[in-house]
Design a protein around this ligand. Structure first.
Ligand code: SF4
Length: 470
């Protein structure tokens, strides 16, 4: 499904490199591969060992660097970031990396995820005299590092990370070192790779393929990696906990050519379609997927049932960002601009429409109508994930509970609302099997909280939805 019309948005992507003469340029291409994770702002910071150099701005990475600015970012190490923000939170000051200059040890930080105790920590910091310049919780981490009182920076980072709770995949750059860390539950993905002799870090492995880097391993939950000219050093800042990698990364957010925790996203989605077909079979003439992220599950559904897969829906690739607007009214208009039903395929046919998820339901209703207007005699909707009944506090901009259709309606009510002939969802157990399989949950466990309400971390009374964060 199309992120910007669905009301379900990833919060950010990070990319970093150490030890490459074209660090900024490689980071630019890495961020380009991660653009689906955030389109509102982008930035890169490099170090030439004496100074940090920053360029960032609002917009897509190729807009922010339209003048080839990466050529002016000197140094052979860089961290970069692409950012998503909802209306009101998209100011320039929140675009990352955030850079904090000081006489000794300037520091740049780029973060994917969302802290669940940022509000309380901000209040504490402000009471102690800190002046926060952004509404990003990433700044909280930087202040905690600076205020830790530790002389060695790795100790200061460990001290700061012991205080923050929630989801974070972090890269930090100083003049002479790079630090990489993932929260103790591993909610957001982060992989380590090599490009020649250079170390590379990315939210998704698709950026390794684009830049020519080779995958080495996952950055482990609770691990702090230090990279400098003396090499790579790993230490732990938390005990080993059961992994809770966001299952929506597999369902919807990540690119199908990425591997998350050693598992290919396209293959996982195909499995979801197969299991969905076993759990909710239906007689029909064609299977179609809602482009792009539902295609893999639709292929799986087709393979499991023998019902032919067809391109019943196509995406107009040439609709510009002008149409990506956060208001519901414009979002709904956007569906018509972006998707078309293929009359020659669906006319007179019983259609299975596979989608990855339903958030508010308005988009599903428009697509069902579109298929029927194009002549489909029946439209059976199959969703390759369980009903989303709870908000996410870990960096995915899901709606509030009142806006989530599955939080407020039975499946039969939802079927009526979206005007489908039948509606079924993948079960939570089915989703778990498709992603975790026979692997150990300690290393391959997933977060399913938006489906089950069982959050893998504490949620505080002042935990806020990630509308303005990253
Ligand atoms: S609550 Fe849902 S979207 Fe958020 S991290 Fe967990 S699985 Fe992902």
């Amino acid at each position: 499904m199309l992120a910007e019309i669905k009301g379900l948005n990833e919060e950010c992507g990070v990319f970093a490199i150490w030890g490459h003469e074209k660090a900024a340029e490689v980071t630019y291409y890495g961020l380009h591969a991660l653009q689906h994770r955030g389109q509102e702002g982008a930035g890169v910071v490099t170090t030439d060992r004496e100074n940090l150099h920053l360029h960032k701005g609002l917009g897509l990475i190729n807009e922010v660097f339209a003048g080839g600015e990466f050529n002016k970012l000197n140094g052979n190490a860089a961290i970069g970031h692409v950012r998503y923000a909802t209306a009101g939170g998209g100011g320039y000051e929140n675009v990352q990396p955030l850079l904090f200059r000081s006489q000794r040890d300037s520091l740049a930080i780029a973060h994917n995820g969302n802290l669940v105790n940022a509000y309380g920590l901000k209040q504490q910091l402000e009471a102690q005299g800190s002046i926060l310049q952004t509404s990003s919780d990433t700044e909280v981490i930087a202040h905690l590092i600076k205020r830790s009182g530790q002389i060695e920076l790795d100790e200061a980072i460990k001290s700061a990370l012991s205080m923050v709770k929630g989801a974070y995949s972090l890269t930090i750059l100083t003049e002479t070192q790079m630090f990489v860390a993932v929260d103790p539950k591993g909610l957001r993905p982060l992989s380590l790779g090599k490009l020649g002799d250079a170390w590379v870090v990315s939210s998704e492995t698709c950026a390794f393929d684009v830049t020519g880097a080779e995958y080495v391993r996952e950055v482990e939950p609770g691990e702090l990696i230090t990279i400098s000219d003396t090499g790579l050093h790993s230490q732990r800042f938390s005990s080993t906990l059961e992994r809770s990698l966001c299952s929506m990364e597999y369902v919807y957010f990540s690119r199908p050519d990425s591997d998350l925790n050693g598992q290919n996203v396209h293959a996982s989605r195909k499995k979801m379609g197969k299991v969905l077909a076993q759990e909710a079979p239906i007689e029909a003439d064609v299977v179609t997927g809602v482009p792009d992220s539902s295609i893999s599950a639709a292929i799986g559904f087709s393979e499991a049932t023998g019902i032919p897969y067809e391109l019943g829906l196509i995406k107009n690739r040439y609709v510009g960002r002008t149409f990506i607007q956060p208001s519901q009214e414009l979002r709904e208009q956007g569906v018509k601009m972006k998707l078309s039903a293929v009359r020659g395929i669906v006319k007179g046919k019983r259609v299975v429409m596979v989608d990855d998820s339903i958030v508010r339901g308005t988009t599903s209703k428009r697509i069902v109508r579109m298929l029927k207007e194009a002549g489909a005699t029946e439209v059976h909707v199959r969703i390759a994930s369980p009903p989303i009944q709870n908000p996410c506090f870990y960096g995915i901009d899901t709606s509030t509970t009142s806006e989530l259709i599955a939080a407020n309606h039975s499946i039969e009510e939802m079927r009526e609302l979206i005007e489908a002939d039948s509606l079924s969802f993948l079960s939570v157990d089915g989703l778990q099997d498709c992603i975790v399989g026979d692997n150990d949950v300690m290393t391959h466990g997933i977060c399913k909280a938006c489906f089950t309400g069982n959050y893998p971390t504490e949620i505080y009374p002042d935990t806020v939805l990630p509308a303005y964060k990253c």
